[in-house]
Design a binder for this molecule. Structure first.
Ligand SMILES: Nc1ncnc2c1ncn2[C@@H]1O[C@H](COP(=O)(O)OP(=O)(O)OP(=O)(O)O)[C@@H](O)[C@H]1O
Length: 289
């Protein structure tokens, strides 16, 4: 049994060492000058996002219903189509150097809005303008669970536009930032959700994106990780980057954001200084409970 385990670990280690992605020889792309703080980074203009959900219950009943499903077999498996209007006419301007928190109850549309701004969700009405590169950090970051953390560092780094050499240079910093130690040599599917979120955060911030979007990842870390994250967010803002943070922790929003947007059932209820919006939101929560 032990021998088998050792062999499995050897194989994984071998894979982790294999960071030998060939450099194309091309020089790293020239860095554009940082944008001026205060200029618009994201403009959302009357944004609507709708999900189409397939597979709802058929409204037909009995023999006729069964017959109809049989006849329309190619369509029968999808059932009824329901539309979920997740974001309803949201408009805002976020500026370079700003840190914007998104708050609201479960299902308010926070993650959907973030994904739409990152270009990962089609919007059904309205417009989004983005100035710069976006890095969305959240449950759906495009890493490969079957591969080791080390391989994912390379994949994520390349996806962010780093060269293989740049990823190798930053590799140790990324692993240290994530605080996952030797787990970096194990497949990500063996990580706890917190470990995976920390590694995604460390990868996403390795390239100092212009716009960083964080979806609840900070909630998963311990105090030391949260401090490192806060320092990283400050660093990004100093480079005139814009940070969006979705969190149910109103304390995190107050600590890390100067502005907050409150969403409720897809609509924007408030947009203003983080402390004021959070205070209003807490009052509303107290009334509900
Ligand atoms: N993939 C999906 N397919 C269909 N509906 C979805 C999908 N993802 C989210 N929704 C719906 O869209 C609405 C907004 O969801 P969203 O996840 O954006 O809210 P949220 O504010 O981020 O919620 P939470 O705080 O619970 O994470 C909800 O009604 C949700 O059920």
């Amino acid at each position: 049994m032990a021998a088998t385990d050792d062999r499995e670990f050897d194989e994984i280690d071998h894979e982790a060492d294999d960071l030998d992605v060939e450099d194309s020889g091309a020089p790293a792309p020239p860095q554009a000058p940082p944008p001026a703080p205060g200029t618009p980074a994201v403009i959302a203009d009357d944004v609507h996002v709708k999900y189409r959900v397939f597979g709802g219950r058929q409204s037909t009943a009995g023999e006729m219903g069964r017959l109809r499903r049989l006849v329309n077999r190619s369509r029968a498996h999808v059932g009824a189509v329901t539309e979920v209007h997740a974001v309803r006419g949201v408009s805002f301007v976020a500026r370079h150097g700003e840190s914007v928190g998104l708050i609201g109850m479960n299902g308010a549309g926070k993650s959907t809005l973030l994904r739409a701004v990152a270009g990962l969700m089609p919007i059904s009405e309205g417009r989004v303008f983005v100035d710069g590169t976006t890095a969305l950090l959240g449950v759906n970051a495009a890493l490969v669970p079957a591969l080791t953390g080390a391989r994912n560092v390379m994949i994520g780094g390349l996806a962010l536009g780093l060269t293989p050499d740049q990823v190798r240079e930053r590799f140790d910093d990324i692993v240290e930032f994530a605080g996952i130690g030797d787990f970096i040599n194990l497949p990500m599917k063996a990580y706890s959700s917190g470990m995976a979120a920390r590694l995604r955060f460390a990868i996403s911030t390795a390239a100092i994106p212009d716009i960083l979007m964080i979806d609840e990842a900070l909630a998963t870390g311990d105090a030391a990780f949260r401090n490192r994250s806060r320092a990283k967010i400050e660093e990004i803002r100093e480079h005139a980057g814009t940070v969006f943070l979705v969190s149910h922790s109103t304390q995190s929003i107050e600590r890390m954001c100067d502005r907050a947007i409150w969403l409720d059932q897809g609509r924007m209820l408030a947009d203003g200084p983080a402390r004021e919006v959070v205070a209003e939101y807490r009052k509303a929560l107290q009334k509900k409970s």
